[in-house]
Ligand binder design. Structure first.
Ligand SMILES: NC(=O)c1ccc[n+]([C@@H]2O[C@H](COP(=O)([O-])OP(=O)(O)OC[C@H]3O[C@@H](n4cnc5c(N)ncnc54)[C@H](O)[C@@H]3O)[C@@H](O)[C@H]2O)c1
Length: 322
């Protein structure tokens, strides 16, 4: 059976997903919806799909088995609500929103409808993250330190707090999500954010450009996750490190380094986690078996709660309990 897919969003990541879908057997990108019909049609053309500027028209015209949502964080809400009402499963890119309010109400409706969802926390699908999760099984984790140190993406919405939620919610969310996935739930955060450089370099910057967040986990683990977007394009450091009494486990998107029990081993990253996450979602759409989905809406909502609590903590200049 061929799955008919719709796409909402016509930007960089919508195209990444559309290209991957185009390479999969028994999957057809049927329709693309942008902020205008022109944008929808332009993106749809290479996939021999149809373009729309209105999601309702797209859904009225096509019988879609699932929809991918790849829009900026501030644009979530109405699209999901329409899909929930029609009972159409969706894959949505992270983060779920810029604050918890809209996603909290969407989550209630998703749970009431029992709707199949998947969220783009692709690192969970990486072979090295599986290896890391297995390696941590017998360990008592001491502490965890992570970071997303990079440059400011060019999309104008990204630098606008109202539309992106800020770097910790928009980007560093991947590292917070991995922390939860590998070490358990967060119970308290204390964040400090600052504006050092970018507001003087670019117009309309309302997001912090440096930040550090201390986190307490239910297990007693303490963690720190820091981020910046002041770096020039060629420099970056993204990763998460575990410090245990058997040694250290240091992950970044390119490799996993384990230094423990007197041995140091490096594992290069293999495979494409974006393909794996889509395959798991589409398998669930096809068969009803959701067991391969490693991040659904309910789980991703917990990650959003942590990053939004960090924003609140920085604003209040006080720790926030979850
Ligand atoms: N998982 C990952 O590794 C990863 C990587 C990049 C981006 N993303 C996520 O994907 C999302 C989109 O990012 P991007 O880089 O593609 O941004 P982008 O700016 O390139 O594209 C966003 C697109 O959404 C469209 N859009 C905005 N509101 C819309 C609406 N209501 N209906 C239809 N289209 C709408 C815009 O016109 C634009 O085409 C973000 O949430 C981002 O965090 C995830």
């Amino acid at each position: 059976m061929t799955l008919n897919i719709g796409m909402v969003g016509t930007g960089w990541f919508a195209k990444v997903h559309a290209d991957l879908l185009a390479g999969m057997a028994d999957v057809k990108l049927q329709a693309v919806c942008g902020t205008s019909r022109e944008k929808g049609e332009e993106m749809a053309r290479p996939y021999a799909a149809e373009g729309y500027g209105d999601p309702i028209e797209m859904l009225d015209t096509h019988t879609l088995d699932a929809v991918y949502i790849c829009v900026p964080p501030g644009a979530h809400g109405a699209i999901e609500r329409t899909l929930i009402r029609r009972g159409i499963p969706f894959f949505v890119e992270k983060p779920l929103g810029v604050s918890t309010e809209i996603p909290a109400s969407l989550l209630q409706d998703i749970q009431a409808a029992g709707l199949l969802t998947s969220v783009g926390y692709h690192f969970r699908y990486q072979e090295n993250v599986k290896r890391l999760k297995e390696a941590l099984q017998g360990d008592t984790i001491g502490m965890v330190v992570g970071q997303w140190m990079g440059s400011m993406p060019e999309a104008p919405w990204w630098r606008d707090q109202e539309r992106s939620g800020g770097q910790f919610t928009e980007q560093t969310t991947h590292i917070v999500d991995l922390l939860r996935y590998l070490a358990g739930e967060v119970t308290e955060v204390y964040a400090m954010f600052g504006n050092r450089v970018m507001h003087e370099k670019k117009d309309g910057v309302s997001v912090a450009d440096v930040g550090t967040v201390s986190l307490k986990l239910a297990s007693g683990i303490v963690a720190n996750i820091s981020n910046t977007c002041v770096l020039p394009g060629e420099a970056s450091r993204v990763g998460l490190s575990f410090y245990n009494d058997r040694g250290l486990l240091d992950w970044n998107p390119q490799r996993l380094l384990t230094v423990r029990d007197g041995e140091s081993t490096e594992y290069a990253s293999t495979g494409n986690p974006y393909v794996s996450e889509s395959e798991a979602f589409l398998h669930a759409v096809r068969t009803g078996d959701r067991s391969g989905i490693l991040s659904d809406y309910a789980d991703a909502y917990k990650t959003l709660k942590v990053t939004c609590a960090a924003f609140e903590s920085a604003r209040k200049e006080a720790p926030v309990k979850l």
